[in-house]
Design a protein. Structure first.
Length: 390
Protein backbone atom coordinates (compact mmCIF):
# COMPACT_ATOMS: atom_id res chain seq x y z
CA UNK A 1 0.00 0.00 0.00
CA UNK A 2 1.53 3.29 -1.10
CA UNK A 3 1.21 6.26 1.27
CA UNK A 4 -0.70 9.06 -0.47
CA UNK A 5 0.68 12.10 1.36
CA UNK A 6 3.99 13.94 1.51
CA UNK A 7 6.05 13.41 4.67
CA UNK A 8 6.56 14.88 7.14
CA UNK A 9 2.89 15.80 7.43
CA UNK A 10 1.55 18.25 10.03
CA UNK A 11 -2.00 18.91 11.17
CA UNK A 12 -3.67 21.05 13.78
CA UNK A 13 -5.30 19.16 16.64
CA UNK A 14 -8.75 20.73 17.05
CA UNK A 15 -11.04 17.85 16.13
CA UNK A 16 -14.37 18.78 17.73
CA UNK A 17 -16.49 21.86 18.29
CA UNK A 18 -16.45 21.61 22.09
CA UNK A 19 -12.69 22.26 21.86
CA UNK A 20 -13.53 25.50 20.06
CA UNK A 21 -16.32 26.66 22.38
CA UNK A 22 -15.16 25.19 25.70
CA UNK A 23 -18.68 23.84 26.35
CA UNK A 24 -19.79 20.41 27.55
CA UNK A 25 -21.09 18.67 24.40
CA UNK A 26 -23.59 16.67 26.47
CA UNK A 27 -25.29 19.89 27.56
CA UNK A 28 -24.73 22.23 24.62
CA UNK A 29 -24.86 21.56 20.89
CA UNK A 30 -21.39 22.92 20.22
CA UNK A 31 -21.71 22.31 16.46
CA UNK A 32 -24.74 24.56 16.27
CA UNK A 33 -22.93 27.21 18.33
CA UNK A 34 -19.88 27.15 16.04
CA UNK A 35 -21.89 27.28 12.84
CA UNK A 36 -23.86 30.25 14.15
CA UNK A 37 -20.52 31.95 14.96
CA UNK A 38 -18.11 30.53 12.35
CA UNK A 39 -15.43 33.07 13.22
CA UNK A 40 -14.65 30.82 16.21
CA UNK A 41 -13.57 28.09 13.82
CA UNK A 42 -12.12 30.45 11.25
CA UNK A 43 -9.80 32.23 13.71
CA UNK A 44 -8.51 28.94 15.11
CA UNK A 45 -7.87 27.30 11.76
CA UNK A 46 -6.34 30.42 10.18
CA UNK A 47 -3.83 30.45 13.03
CA UNK A 48 -2.88 26.87 12.19
CA UNK A 49 -2.54 27.82 8.51
CA UNK A 50 -0.27 30.75 9.35
CA UNK A 51 1.92 28.43 11.44
CA UNK A 52 2.37 26.06 8.51
CA UNK A 53 -0.07 23.17 9.01
CA UNK A 54 -0.28 20.88 5.98
CA UNK A 55 -3.84 19.76 6.63
CA UNK A 56 -6.67 20.98 8.86
CA UNK A 57 -8.92 18.85 11.04
CA UNK A 58 -12.60 19.49 10.43
CA UNK A 59 -14.05 19.60 13.98
CA UNK A 60 -16.56 16.82 13.38
CA UNK A 61 -15.48 14.43 16.13
CA UNK A 62 -18.33 15.18 18.51
CA UNK A 63 -21.12 14.80 15.95
CA UNK A 64 -22.92 11.66 17.11
CA UNK A 65 -26.56 10.66 16.81
CA UNK A 66 -26.86 10.04 20.55
CA UNK A 67 -25.90 13.61 21.47
CA UNK A 68 -27.84 15.23 18.65
CA UNK A 69 -30.99 13.28 19.54
CA UNK A 70 -30.80 14.49 23.15
CA UNK A 71 -30.44 18.10 21.95
CA UNK A 72 -33.10 17.97 19.22
CA UNK A 73 -30.70 18.29 16.29
CA UNK A 74 -30.52 14.72 14.96
CA UNK A 75 -32.07 15.70 11.63
CA UNK A 76 -29.01 17.93 11.08
CA UNK A 77 -26.43 15.12 11.44
CA UNK A 78 -25.34 15.27 7.79
CA UNK A 79 -25.72 19.06 7.57
CA UNK A 80 -23.46 19.67 10.58
CA UNK A 81 -20.74 17.41 9.18
CA UNK A 82 -20.93 18.98 5.72
CA UNK A 83 -21.01 22.58 6.94
CA UNK A 84 -18.08 22.12 9.30
CA UNK A 85 -16.01 20.60 6.50
CA UNK A 86 -16.97 23.50 4.24
CA UNK A 87 -16.06 26.11 6.87
CA UNK A 88 -12.74 24.36 7.51
CA UNK A 89 -11.89 24.26 3.81
CA UNK A 90 -12.72 27.96 3.47
CA UNK A 91 -9.74 28.76 5.73
CA UNK A 92 -7.32 27.48 3.10
CA UNK A 93 -8.85 25.38 0.28
CA UNK A 94 -5.47 24.22 -1.02
CA UNK A 95 -4.62 22.41 2.21
CA UNK A 96 -7.58 20.07 2.39
CA UNK A 97 -9.35 18.76 5.47
CA UNK A 98 -9.38 15.58 7.53
CA UNK A 99 -12.75 14.38 8.80
CA UNK A 100 -12.56 13.43 12.49
CA UNK A 101 -14.33 10.44 14.06
CA UNK A 102 -14.55 9.85 17.80
CA UNK A 103 -15.19 6.55 19.52
CA UNK A 104 -18.79 5.38 19.29
CA UNK A 105 -20.54 6.23 22.56
CA UNK A 106 -23.94 4.90 21.42
CA UNK A 107 -22.88 1.26 21.76
CA UNK A 108 -23.35 0.45 25.45
CA UNK A 109 -23.16 -3.35 25.35
CA UNK A 110 -19.99 -5.38 25.71
CA UNK A 111 -17.98 -6.30 22.64
CA UNK A 112 -19.72 -8.79 20.34
CA UNK A 113 -21.20 -9.32 16.88
CA UNK A 114 -24.13 -6.93 17.35
CA UNK A 115 -22.00 -4.20 18.90
CA UNK A 116 -19.43 -4.52 16.12
CA UNK A 117 -21.97 -4.30 13.31
CA UNK A 118 -23.77 -1.37 14.93
CA UNK A 119 -20.49 0.51 15.28
CA UNK A 120 -19.43 -0.37 11.72
CA UNK A 121 -22.60 1.05 10.15
CA UNK A 122 -22.56 4.13 12.40
CA UNK A 123 -18.99 4.87 11.34
CA UNK A 124 -19.73 4.09 7.69
CA UNK A 125 -22.63 6.55 7.67
CA UNK A 126 -20.48 9.36 8.98
CA UNK A 127 -17.46 8.54 6.81
CA UNK A 128 -19.68 8.56 3.72
CA UNK A 129 -21.04 12.00 4.64
CA UNK A 130 -17.51 13.32 5.25
CA UNK A 131 -16.24 11.86 1.98
CA UNK A 132 -19.06 13.48 0.05
CA UNK A 133 -18.27 16.76 1.81
CA UNK A 134 -14.74 16.64 0.38
CA UNK A 135 -12.33 15.53 3.13
CA UNK A 136 -9.00 14.03 2.06
CA UNK A 137 -8.78 11.49 4.85
CA UNK A 138 -10.45 10.17 7.99
CA UNK A 139 -8.80 10.56 11.40
CA UNK A 140 -9.87 8.29 14.26
CA UNK A 141 -9.28 10.26 17.45
CA UNK A 142 -10.12 9.65 21.14
CA UNK A 143 -10.48 5.89 20.69
CA UNK A 144 -9.72 3.38 23.47
CA UNK A 145 -11.55 0.22 22.34
CA UNK A 146 -9.72 -1.88 19.76
CA UNK A 147 -12.93 -3.48 18.42
CA UNK A 148 -14.37 -0.01 17.72
CA UNK A 149 -11.15 1.05 15.99
CA UNK A 150 -11.37 -2.09 13.83
CA UNK A 151 -14.98 -1.31 12.94
CA UNK A 152 -14.05 2.26 11.95
CA UNK A 153 -11.01 1.21 9.88
CA UNK A 154 -13.08 -1.36 8.00
CA UNK A 155 -15.77 1.26 7.41
CA UNK A 156 -13.18 3.68 5.98
CA UNK A 157 -11.80 0.96 3.72
CA UNK A 158 -15.35 0.15 2.61
CA UNK A 159 -15.76 3.81 1.62
CA UNK A 160 -12.32 3.84 -0.09
CA UNK A 161 -11.00 6.54 2.23
CA UNK A 162 -7.48 6.85 3.69
CA UNK A 163 -7.70 6.42 7.46
CA UNK A 164 -5.30 7.52 10.20
CA UNK A 165 -5.68 6.13 13.73
CA UNK A 166 -4.65 8.03 16.84
CA UNK A 167 -4.97 6.24 20.19
CA UNK A 168 -4.66 7.67 23.70
CA UNK A 169 -2.28 5.84 26.02
CA UNK A 170 -0.57 6.05 29.38
CA UNK A 171 3.20 6.13 29.76
CA UNK A 172 3.36 2.35 29.20
CA UNK A 173 1.54 2.61 25.90
CA UNK A 174 -1.75 1.14 27.09
CA UNK A 175 -5.24 2.51 26.48
CA UNK A 176 -7.89 2.75 29.19
CA UNK A 177 -9.24 -0.57 27.85
CA UNK A 178 -5.78 -2.13 28.50
CA UNK A 179 -4.82 -2.50 24.83
CA UNK A 180 -1.09 -2.25 24.23
CA UNK A 181 -0.16 0.18 21.45
CA UNK A 182 1.90 -2.48 19.63
CA UNK A 183 -1.11 -4.82 19.56
CA UNK A 184 -3.23 -1.99 18.16
CA UNK A 185 -0.59 -1.13 15.55
CA UNK A 186 -0.19 -4.76 14.41
CA UNK A 187 -3.96 -5.25 14.17
CA UNK A 188 -4.89 -1.98 12.47
CA UNK A 189 -2.12 -1.81 9.90
CA UNK A 190 -3.00 -5.36 8.86
CA UNK A 191 -6.60 -4.16 8.26
CA UNK A 192 -5.41 -1.34 6.02
CA UNK A 193 -4.93 1.72 8.25
CA UNK A 194 -2.76 4.27 6.43
CA UNK A 195 -1.04 5.77 9.49
CA UNK A 196 -1.04 4.97 13.20
CA UNK A 197 -0.11 7.08 16.16
CA UNK A 198 -0.09 7.86 19.83
CA UNK A 199 -1.38 10.64 22.01
CA UNK A 200 0.51 10.01 25.24
CA UNK A 201 -0.98 11.74 28.27
CA UNK A 202 2.35 12.00 30.12
CA UNK A 203 4.53 14.15 27.88
CA UNK A 204 7.23 14.31 25.24
CA UNK A 205 9.74 11.88 26.72
CA UNK A 206 7.22 9.05 27.04
CA UNK A 207 5.74 9.79 23.61
CA UNK A 208 9.18 9.56 21.99
CA UNK A 209 9.89 6.29 23.81
CA UNK A 210 6.61 4.72 22.66
CA UNK A 211 7.18 5.86 19.07
CA UNK A 212 10.63 4.26 19.20
CA UNK A 213 9.15 1.01 20.51
CA UNK A 214 6.55 0.94 17.72
CA UNK A 215 8.84 1.90 14.84
CA UNK A 216 10.46 -1.53 14.18
CA UNK A 217 6.99 -3.02 13.69
CA UNK A 218 5.35 -0.21 11.69
CA UNK A 219 4.61 -0.84 8.02
CA UNK A 220 2.83 2.53 7.89
CA UNK A 221 3.85 6.06 8.99
CA UNK A 222 3.72 6.76 12.72
CA UNK A 223 1.85 9.74 14.15
CA UNK A 224 3.04 11.73 17.16
CA UNK A 225 0.37 13.89 18.80
CA UNK A 226 1.24 16.36 21.52
CA UNK A 227 1.32 19.92 22.78
CA UNK A 228 4.27 20.86 20.59
CA UNK A 229 4.31 24.45 21.79
CA UNK A 230 5.45 23.11 25.18
CA UNK A 231 8.09 20.75 23.73
CA UNK A 232 11.72 21.78 23.42
CA UNK A 233 13.37 21.68 20.00
CA UNK A 234 15.37 18.65 21.14
CA UNK A 235 12.21 16.80 22.20
CA UNK A 236 10.66 17.42 18.79
CA UNK A 237 13.83 16.22 17.04
CA UNK A 238 13.72 13.09 19.19
CA UNK A 239 10.24 12.28 17.92
CA UNK A 240 11.54 12.35 14.34
CA UNK A 241 14.67 10.39 15.16
CA UNK A 242 12.55 7.72 16.85
CA UNK A 243 10.33 7.30 13.81
CA UNK A 244 7.48 9.83 13.78
CA UNK A 245 6.62 11.27 10.37
CA UNK A 246 3.08 12.63 10.91
CA UNK A 247 2.51 15.25 13.61
CA UNK A 248 -0.77 16.42 15.11
CA UNK A 249 -0.35 19.58 17.17
CA UNK A 250 -2.63 19.58 20.21
CA UNK A 251 -1.42 22.99 21.40
CA UNK A 252 -4.12 25.47 22.37
CA UNK A 253 -2.00 28.13 20.63
CA UNK A 254 0.21 26.65 17.90
CA UNK A 255 3.82 27.78 17.69
CA UNK A 256 4.90 28.56 14.13
CA UNK A 257 8.58 28.05 14.95
CA UNK A 258 7.93 24.54 16.28
CA UNK A 259 5.87 23.57 13.23
CA UNK A 260 8.55 24.93 10.91
CA UNK A 261 11.11 22.84 12.79
CA UNK A 262 8.96 19.74 12.31
CA UNK A 263 8.63 20.42 8.59
CA UNK A 264 12.42 20.69 8.29
CA UNK A 265 12.98 17.23 9.80
CA UNK A 266 13.52 14.21 7.60
CA UNK A 267 11.17 11.23 7.73
CA UNK A 268 12.49 7.77 8.57
CA UNK A 269 9.46 6.02 7.08
CA UNK A 270 10.35 3.65 4.23
CA UNK A 271 7.39 1.75 2.84
CA UNK A 272 9.77 -0.81 1.31
CA UNK A 273 11.82 -1.31 4.46
CA UNK A 274 11.79 -4.60 6.34
CA UNK A 275 9.59 -4.61 9.43
CA UNK A 276 9.13 -7.07 12.25
CA UNK A 277 5.36 -7.37 11.87
CA UNK A 278 4.86 -11.14 11.67
CA UNK A 279 2.63 -11.08 14.71
CA UNK A 280 -0.83 -12.03 15.82
CA UNK A 281 -2.68 -9.97 18.41
CA UNK A 282 -5.60 -9.94 20.78
CA UNK A 283 -7.02 -6.82 22.39
CA UNK A 284 -4.26 -6.79 25.02
CA UNK A 285 -1.00 -7.92 23.44
CA UNK A 286 0.85 -8.66 20.22
CA UNK A 287 2.37 -12.12 19.75
CA UNK A 288 5.55 -12.22 17.68
CA UNK A 289 5.56 -15.72 16.29
CA UNK A 290 8.34 -18.30 16.31
CA UNK A 291 9.09 -20.32 13.19
CA UNK A 292 7.26 -23.31 14.63
CA UNK A 293 4.12 -22.84 16.65
CA UNK A 294 3.21 -25.51 19.16
CA UNK A 295 -0.52 -25.77 18.66
CA UNK A 296 -2.93 -26.99 21.29
CA UNK A 297 -5.08 -30.03 20.72
CA UNK A 298 -7.97 -28.95 18.48
CA UNK A 299 -10.75 -27.28 20.45
CA UNK A 300 -14.37 -27.40 19.39
CA UNK A 301 -16.63 -24.43 19.99
CA UNK A 302 -19.29 -25.11 22.57
CA UNK A 303 -20.60 -24.61 26.07
CA UNK A 304 -17.32 -25.46 27.82
CA UNK A 305 -15.11 -23.54 25.41
CA UNK A 306 -14.02 -20.91 27.95
CA UNK A 307 -12.94 -23.60 30.45
CA UNK A 308 -11.05 -25.47 27.74
CA UNK A 309 -9.19 -22.30 26.78
CA UNK A 310 -8.28 -21.50 30.40
CA UNK A 311 -6.95 -25.05 30.89
CA UNK A 312 -4.43 -24.47 28.09
CA UNK A 313 -2.53 -22.07 30.35
CA UNK A 314 -1.06 -25.15 32.03
CA UNK A 315 -0.08 -26.85 28.75
CA UNK A 316 3.04 -26.49 26.62
CA UNK A 317 1.08 -25.03 23.69
CA UNK A 318 1.93 -21.53 22.56
CA UNK A 319 -1.16 -21.12 20.35
CA UNK A 320 -4.84 -22.08 20.71
CA UNK A 321 -6.05 -24.19 17.76
CA UNK A 322 -9.79 -24.04 17.17
CA UNK A 323 -12.05 -25.70 14.63
CA UNK A 324 -15.24 -23.90 13.69
CA UNK A 325 -18.09 -24.77 11.40
CA UNK A 326 -20.59 -21.93 11.74
CA UNK A 327 -20.97 -18.19 12.37
CA UNK A 328 -22.09 -19.06 15.90
CA UNK A 329 -18.72 -20.73 16.42
CA UNK A 330 -17.03 -17.59 15.09
CA UNK A 331 -18.94 -15.45 17.57
CA UNK A 332 -17.88 -17.80 20.38
CA UNK A 333 -14.23 -17.26 19.51
CA UNK A 334 -14.63 -13.51 19.71
CA UNK A 335 -16.51 -13.73 23.00
CA UNK A 336 -14.02 -16.12 24.64
CA UNK A 337 -10.74 -14.73 23.31
CA UNK A 338 -10.11 -12.75 26.49
CA UNK A 339 -9.85 -16.03 28.42
CA UNK A 340 -6.36 -16.64 27.04
CA UNK A 341 -3.10 -14.77 26.64
CA UNK A 342 -2.20 -16.99 23.67
CA UNK A 343 -2.74 -16.27 19.96
CA UNK A 344 -5.58 -18.09 18.18
CA UNK A 345 -5.24 -20.32 15.11
CA UNK A 346 -8.50 -21.19 13.39
CA UNK A 347 -9.50 -23.89 10.93
CA UNK A 348 -12.77 -23.99 9.01
CA UNK A 349 -14.01 -25.24 5.67
CA UNK A 350 -16.87 -22.72 5.64
CA UNK A 351 -16.01 -19.34 4.04
CA UNK A 352 -18.93 -17.62 5.82
CA UNK A 353 -17.67 -18.83 9.20
CA UNK A 354 -14.14 -17.77 8.26
CA UNK A 355 -15.23 -14.22 7.46
CA UNK A 356 -17.28 -14.00 10.65
CA UNK A 357 -14.29 -15.09 12.76
CA UNK A 358 -11.96 -12.65 11.04
CA UNK A 359 -14.47 -9.83 11.33
CA UNK A 360 -15.45 -10.18 14.98
CA UNK A 361 -12.23 -11.31 16.65
CA UNK A 362 -10.77 -8.37 18.54
CA UNK A 363 -7.25 -8.53 17.16
CA UNK A 364 -5.34 -10.35 14.40
CA UNK A 365 -6.03 -14.05 13.86
CA UNK A 366 -3.86 -16.83 12.46
CA UNK A 367 -5.61 -18.98 9.84
CA UNK A 368 -4.74 -22.57 8.97
CA UNK A 369 -3.85 -22.73 5.27
CA UNK A 370 -5.32 -26.25 5.08
CA UNK A 371 -8.87 -24.90 5.19
CA UNK A 372 -10.89 -26.46 2.36
CA UNK A 373 -12.06 -23.16 0.89
CA UNK A 374 -11.79 -22.11 -2.74
CA UNK A 375 -8.34 -20.56 -3.21
CA UNK A 376 -9.36 -17.13 -4.51
CA UNK A 377 -12.05 -16.65 -1.86
CA UNK A 378 -9.66 -17.75 0.89
CA UNK A 379 -7.04 -15.28 -0.34
CA UNK A 380 -9.56 -12.44 -0.58
CA UNK A 381 -10.89 -12.95 2.95
CA UNK A 382 -7.55 -13.37 4.68
CA UNK A 383 -6.09 -10.34 2.92
CA UNK A 384 -9.15 -8.17 3.62
CA UNK A 385 -8.87 -8.78 7.35
CA UNK A 386 -5.08 -8.94 7.55
CA UNK A 387 -4.84 -12.50 8.85
CA UNK A 388 -1.59 -14.41 9.27
CA UNK A 389 -1.44 -17.66 7.30
CA UNK A 390 0.03 -20.75 8.94
Amino acid sequence: MSFRFTLPLTADGTGSCDELTGDDPDNVCCENAVLKNPEILYNKKKKAVSCGADILLAPTGGIMHTRLEDQGFDDLFADFNEELVRETLSCQPKLGAAGVLYENIRIKEEYGKNAFESAFFDHLEKITVLKDAGVKLILLKNFDKLWDMRAAVLAAKNADMPVFVLIRTDDEGRTEEDTDHIAALITLQSLGADAFGIECRTGAEDLARLIKKAFPHAEIPLIAAGDFSSYSDEEIRQLAENGASVYIDLSSEPDGEKLRLIKSLSSRFDENGEKDSYAAANYREAFFLPENLELSEPLECGYNMSDDIIDLDDSSANAVYIRLSSTDDAASIAENAAMSYLPFVIHTDDPVALEAALRYYQGRLIVDTQCDIEKEEFKMLTEKYGAILY
